[in-house]
Design a protein around this ligand. Structure first.
Ligand SMILES: Cc1ncc(COP(=O)(O)O)c(C=O)c1O
Length: 412
């Protein structure tokens, strides 16, 4: 292997991927088979999603409901699968409501969270019987007015901006001043007002952060969430019908990341559930997860179209890039760019031989899929796999940028 320039580490390839005849296999099919219909493409493994869900259910207390936040990946066949596997779906727009409707989901098991809901979105959601997690006093009053106009009883929950955040999370969504939810110290007053209207009161939604890998941090946040919900319910003097505890379970993307210990999280939650206060005794308690359920099951496949040298460095130029996998390029919320897990899919068994940059086809220096990793020698025609592409890939990337068009998606 060349020793100059020095190699940079790649993120860990998720467990469960195998090779056949030297090629990466996803969902039982080789990379070249999957790419035969054209590249770039996303392949999502149904078996890995099934296995993830089963392992999570085995680790968590039986009474915990597991919801899927469809923002992570709303690809229709995958969404239909998640509608079957999960106990509920969380949506963030009327567009996502149309998607869950098309997937045949039970709309009574759908909740709608997100700031800036427009009147038309509230109207559609309330008419559909979706639980609306209101994000402010103003939004609550608009929802109630719209329900009155429609002549229906709205299913309402209040999203609370907690007075804590999820430590170590990639994205903090609670604590401090936030556009999400009603500050914890005003939540009971709003709940009182909402309950007094005779609406179908669904309880609280408390989402403190996302992408946490530290079990102790998740356990502490879940404990604080249950404490806050109890405090609010006692202030109201009404037992809670429901509590959405948020989620935040992360997946390892970067060198040095280790998987979240869900056995520990589940054991701690079971212990808490064993001594719930009266206010929460009958509550339907849920967590809502996106990336943890589907992120590691997805692979982005792109083909090398050029191999070139520049001032002592090798560049493998692919037909994909940040327009499909913005996060892997380091431009989706990353403070410091680090390499995602990536491999030469068509030489999955081969040992590293050289240091090469893997870049996309966009004419911007931002479009880098891997910065100087050590890889098997790859050439034009070889396939590159970017892992952890099952969440926040296709729909969280600027597919229209530079006109290359979207990537194909497959559930296999
Ligand atoms: C309200 C809400 N629920 C769920 C999620 C899903 O997060 P993740 O994919 O990290 O599980 C998010 C992410 O931002 C969110 O804001």
């Amino acid at each position: 292997m060349t020793d100059s320039p020095s190699a940079k580490p790649l993120g860990p390839i998720p467990a469960g991927f195998e090779s056949r005849n030297g090629e990466l296999v996803i969902g039982g099919r080789t990379a070249s088979d999957l790419a035969a219909g054209g590249t770039p493409c996303f392949a999502y493994s149904r078996a890995m999603i099934d296995a993830r869900m089963a392992a999570l259910r085995a680790a968590m207390p039986g009474r915990l409901h597991i919801h899927y936040a469809i923002k992570a990946n709303p690809f229709a066949p995958l969404l239909a699968l998640m509608a079957e596997l999960a106990d509920g779906l969380d949506i963030a727009s009327a567009g996502e409501l149309a998607m869950v409707r098309a997937a045949g989901a039970d709309l009574a098991r759908v909740s709608f969270a997100g700031p800036g809901k427009r009147d038309a979105e509230l109207e559609t959601a309330i008419a559909a019987g979706v639980t609306v997690n209101v994000e402010s006093e103003g939004e609550a009053r608009r929802a109630l007015r719209i329900a009155e106009k429609l002549g229906v009883t709205p299913r309402l929950a209040i999203r609370v901006n907690p007075d804590f955040d999820l430590k170590g999370s990639g994205m903090k969504m609670g604590g401090g001043a936030r556009p999400f939810g009603v500050d914890a110290d005003r939540a009971a007053a709003l709940a009182r007002e909402v309950i007094a209207t005779g609406c179908a009161w669904r309880g609280f939604h408390i989402f403190a952060g996302s992408q946490a890998l530290d079990a102790e941090a998740v356990i502490a946040t879940q404990g604080a969430t249950l404490d806050l919900a109890d405090r609010l319910a006692r202030e109201l003097d009404v037992p809670l019908p429901g509590l959405n505890m948020g989620g935040g379970f992360g997946i390892p993307y970067f060198p040095g990341d280790a998987p979240l210990d869900i056995a520990r999280v589940g054991a701690a939650l079971a212990e808490r559930f064993g001594r719930l206060p009266d206010s929460l005794e009958d509550a339907e308690i849920a967590i809502e997860l996106g990336r943890y359920l589907v992120g590691e099951a997805g692979v982005y496949l792109t083909r090398i179209v050029d191999r070139k040298e520049s001032r002592g460095e090798t560049f493998l130029v692919t037909d994909g890039g940040l327009h499909h996998q913005l996060a892997a390029s380091g431009n989706f919320g990353a403070v410091v760019r680090r390499n995602y897990p990536l491999a030469i899919a068509s030489r999955f068994d081969a040992p590293p031989e050289e240091v090469a940059n893997v870049v996309g086809c966009l004419c911007t220096p931002l479009d880098r899929l891997a910065d100087r990793p050590a890889l098997p020698r790859a050439d034009v025609g070889d396939l590159v796999a970017v892992f952890c592409a099952g969440a926040y890939g296709a729909t969280a990337s600027p597919a229209a940028f530079l006109g290359h068009g979207p990537a194909t998606e497959m559930l296999v």
